[in-house]
Design a protein around this ligand. Structure first.
Ligand SMILES: Cc1ncc(COP(=O)(O)O)c(C=O)c1O
Length: 382
């Protein structure tokens, strides 16, 4: 085993398990300089987390839930794990997102794998954006449907694929994408996608993970901001980012909710979120719509960052997710570690998480970041 692999110091000595069969893949990562290690970074200025509104950082959902709300759900939702608070929170989520129904999942990963693995059937087609999140792609891999990616946000390419695989009586066509892309921070052209869906009879499944809390006057996300919610088959809202807690919900019709309760394996075969977490989701919905000042501060920081000159290519993004392209895993890691030495937590995003040559610093902006902090980052990058 290579010494470099030992990210963690052993706590006690024992005979090592003979797991050399793991070496090949681990060593590939070491030689490519993209072995992931877990680290705890305290005391740095946060330009890394997805806590865009500062809800987690400022502990806004903290309350003494230990007596009132259970920390263990005791079973899956279909069995002992259902609760009044889960049902009420789902009704509230559905109303907030101007839909009929919502179903809470344990995470965004579970929500995306749940819907994409269960709804499209053998013989159906899934068309997905080439930059779609891993949870979307993993859900597609679990599905029996055939899938094809379309070039990122490229409507002529999507339309060509819709023509190639038209929806028929026997074949449903689904389009899976995100409203705000997790690595590039750009918006999907939702109105154009919705138009193509109605022209070609396709159904849109859209992930609002990086939009909820941030986009729209009340943080409702991009689909509602554009008034397109009635034309979308399913929306996924995750709660670990802007809302500052954990979990996710799929929003759509009552029929879709019932279908997922029956067929989405990542919903059925897992212990439900505990009441305490569901309470945190409900509390977040009670506060993030009113966080207008926080959204204004974010907008200021985004506008400021976008007009600054840098010696590196900056991605165009009107969201808190900002990308600075520094090709090469070694190169981008080097810049990130220099920023860390100056007190900034900005992480490098390496190949294979992003394509070769598109390695980058992913700079997350937050309402609690100040202009002077951002100026310092820009100075260091220059
Ligand atoms: C676009 C997108 N969808 C889904 C997820 C997964 O959400 P969760 O962290 O709640 O599993 C993420 C998180 O990284 C994401 O960026």
């Amino acid at each position: 085993m290579s010494a470099e692999f030992n990210c963690q110091k052993p706590i006690f000595l024992r005979m090592p398990y003979f797991d050399s069969f793991l070496d090949k893949k681990i060593n590939e990562r070491i030689s490519g300089n993209f072995l992931r290690c877990l680290s705890v970074k305290n005391g740095l200025i946060d330009f890394c987390s997805n806590d865009y509104l500062g809800i987690a950082t400022n502990k806004l959902l903290q309350e003494d839930v230990s007596k009132q709300y259970n920390h263990g759900a005791k079973g899956s939702r279909s069995l002992a794990g259902n609760s009044q608070i889960a049902e009420e929170t789902e009704a509230m989520i559905a109303a907030f997102h101007q839909s009929d129904a919502a179903l809470i999942f344990n995470s965004g990963y579970n929500a995306n794998t749940g819907i994409l693995s269960s709804v499209p059937q053998r013989g159906d087609i899934i068309l997905y954006d080439s930059l779609a999140h891993a949870s979307i792609r993993d859900g597609i891999r679990l599905s029996q449907a055939q899938s094809f990616s379309f070039m990122h946000n490229n409507m002529p390419d999507l339309e060509a694929k819709l023509r190639q695989f038209p929806a028929t009586k026997e074949r449903n066509v689904f389009i899976a994408t995100e409203t705000v892309f997790s690595m590039d921070g750009d918006f999907a052209p939702v109105a154009s996608i919705v138009n193509l869906c109605s022209e070609y009879g396709a159904h849109l499944i859209i992930d609002e993970a990086h939009a909820i809390g941030v986009i729209g006057d009340n943080g409702e996300g991009l689909v509602q901001k554009l008034g397109l919610h009635e034309q979308v088959f399913a929306r996924i809202y995750t709660y670990g980012k802007g809302p500052g807690c954990h979990g996710a919900a799929i929003v759509g019709s009552n029929k879709l909710r019932s279908y997922l309760i029956n067929f989405a394996r990542s919903f059925i075969f897992t212990t439900a979120l505990p009441e305490s977490v569901i309470r945190a989701i409900a509390t977040s919905y009670a506060i993030f719509p009113g966080m207008k000042k926080e959204r204004e501060q974010l907008k200021k920081l985004i506008d400021f960052f976008q007009v600054q000159a840098l010696p590196f290519k900056k991605l165009y993004s009107m969201t808190p997710v900002q990308g600075v392209i520094i090709p090469g895993n070694t190169e981008v890691k080097h810049v990130a570690s220099k920023l860390e030495m100056d007190g900034f937590d900005i992480r490098p995003i390496l190949y294979p998480s992003v394509p070769k040559g598109k390695e980058r610093l992913r700079i997350s902006l937050h309402s609690f970041n100040t202009e002077s902090q951002l100026e310092k980052v820009l100075q260091l990058l220059n």
